[in-house]
Design a protein around this ligand. Structure first.
Ligand code: NAP
Length: 401
């Protein structure tokens, strides 16, 4: 594919787009990659102060004709222009039609479902690899499971029948773009009940396989495998769907009866139980408040606005630490545990690095799949298990017993 640019960072002026742009400048300025930045405002793009050899591409997210020209000029589009259901559909359609690889940060499951249904045929025909969820949701989950199943096969010639993902600790903030995306999804669900149906389906992103997992657990519980209380994890409704789709896209490599769930560890003892209950209530309360128009508008006034996000200090001092347990199909002494860790704020510092590495991977690496809608693990699993620890401060390690 001969194109003017290897990678276009679309939405470079946004909060996360700026972090991605900084990362590319620091890590790939001297490489042979040709990358450009894009957005709707030339003035804002110029203010980023990129070197003169980084081209500035201008278009509005709803100008389908301009987007066609844009995607024809680059081999990969990396986009942070969200909410994706509001701003992303024309771009995905254009990439799928013109064979342009694509990665994003969406967590909008209903939108992904609709994009897959609308454009899978075009993407398969054009050779465009379209990969959603290339940030904190859902790379630690998707790659963590991929890594653990690889270890289970290598060490025990088996696949885990169940993997549990538990956050041990994380520190970071959130941005106006994320708030906007969450609120936009709630607003859309109010007028389109089909959205709630998709979001509530544990296999919402699968084509045909439906396994043993039920709906996400919303109450706190004690997990004897971790000796700790577990609260609902806020990203579980996205990540679990992505992992289950990976299983299907990998040809049921994790097995027909594979089960997967996510939660947040709060610790041992009565205080931890109260903490888990408080987290469960807090998640339900935020969802409840965001679902009601009046309180949603109030939340939007007090939470960060689009373009705003955590401070540089919060990003630099942030981190995440996740443990995954893979349960052997017959023999509990052969269970495996892994740790997935990141060295910056999960949603922004680490997310920007993961997304940038996905774009470079789509541009440069030999990948085992052709055109179509893929998950990070199914398209780039092996390549990312090398790239992310080497470049992005995201590590995948077995916890030796
Ligand atoms: N999955 C994850 O782990 C994760 C983490 C972080 C963020 N996210 C998601 O990433 C997205 C971006 O978040 P953010 O905080 O970076 O948002 P943001 O700061 O609001 O940035 C949004 C970007 O979209 C651009 N944009 C808006 N309307 C446009 C239009 N009509 N045409 C062209 N460009 C347009 C903005 O341009 P202007 O600068 O000109 O306004 C800006 O560059 C959100 O959907 C968020 O949920 C996901």
């Amino acid at each position: 594919m001969s194109r003017e640019y290897d990678i276009l960072i679309w939405g470079a002026t946004g909060f996360t787009g700026q972090l991605v742009t900084q990362y590319m400048q620091t890590h790939y300025a001297d490489s042979n990659l040709k990358w450009a930045i894009g957005g709707r405002s030339r003035t804002k793009l110029e203010a980023l102060g990129c070197p003169a050899n980084v081209a500035l591409l201008i278009a509005d997210a709803h100008d389908a004709q301009a987007l066609e020209e844009l995607v024809k000029s680059t081999r990969v589009v990396l986009t942070t222009v969200g909410p994706y259901a509001r701003y992303g559909s024309e771009l995905v359609a254009a990439c799928a039609r013109h064979g342009t690889h694509y990665c994003d940060l969406t967590g909008e499951v209903h939108w992904m479902r609709r994009m897959i249904d609308a454009h899978q045929t075009d993407a398969a025909a054009s050779g465009a690899r379209i990969v959603h969820t290339c940030g904190f949701d859902s790379i630690p989950s998707d790659l963590g499971v991929y890594f653990l199943q690889q270890q289970m096969r290598e060490r025990h010639d088996a696949v885990a029948r169940h993997i549990k993902y538990r956050t041990r600790a994380f520190k970071g903030g959130f941005s106006g773009g994320t708030v906007d995306s969450m609120m936009a999804m709630m607003e859309a669900a109010r007028t389109d009940p089909g959205i709630l149906e998709i979001i509530g389906d544990p296999y919402a992103l699968n084509t045909s396989h439906r396994g043993l997992d039920g709906t996400d657990r919303l109450e706190p519980f004690y997990d004897t495998d971790f000796g700790a209380w577990v609260a609902p994890f806020v990203m579980a409704a996205i990540n679990t769907r992505v992992v289950r789709r990976s299983n299907e896209l990998l040809g049921m490599a994790y097995g027909q009866e594979f089960r997967y769930d996510e939660g947040s560890l709060t610790g041992q003892g009565p205080l931890a139980a109260v903490g888990a209950a408080a987290m469960a209530l807090g998640t339900a309360a935020v969802n409840g408040l965001a679902a009601v128009t009046a309180t949603r508008q109030l939340l939007q006034r007090v939470l960060p606005k689009p373009g705003e996000g955590p401070s540089a200090d919060t990003i630099a001092s942030g981190f995440f630490d996740i443990e995954l347990l893979a349960i052997h199909p017959q023999d509990a002494t052969r269970n495996l545990r892994a740790r997935v860790r990141g060295d910056q704020d999960p949603g922004y510092g680490s997310t920007a690095k993961m997304l940038a590495e996905c774009a470079v991977c789509l541009a440069q690496d030999e990948l085992p799949v052709g055109g179509g809608f893929w998950t990070p693990a199914s398209a780039m699993g092996d390549a990312l298990l090398t790239r992310l620890p080497a470049n992005a401060g995201v590590t995948f390690e077995l916890i030796e017993a």
